[in-house]
Design a protein around this ligand. Sequence first.
Ligand SMILES: [Zn+2]
Length: 117
Amino acid sequence: MELLPVNLPVSTRWKQGYFTNNSSISRFDSTWRTVFLFQSKVCSGEIYEQLLAAEAKDPTDLDAIDAIIGNTGWTRNRCSACYGETRDPVVCWYNGETEFLLCNACIDAAKELILKG
Ligand SMILES: [Zn+2]
């Protein structure tokens, strides 16, 4: 069990997801994958540059990150119980196969249930 914050910076995770560095083939075989954003194909490397610029300008401005990517999935955690999205840290259980996240509201509800007996 761990406390899982909204991970920052997004640019680091974006690069992990979309930059391919296949050194087993060739050390020169490094490339950014093409992604669909705003209903068009774009180079994920260009988005990466925009993310870096936004984070350099204001690392706490997650709305700016959402605007660049076009969705909120990279700046929020989704609770496994209520499916609500939150930018607050969540508690994370990982059993080796499945990750289960709980938001503050659901943890409070569970605590209240336990205290009532
Ligand atoms: Zn919840």
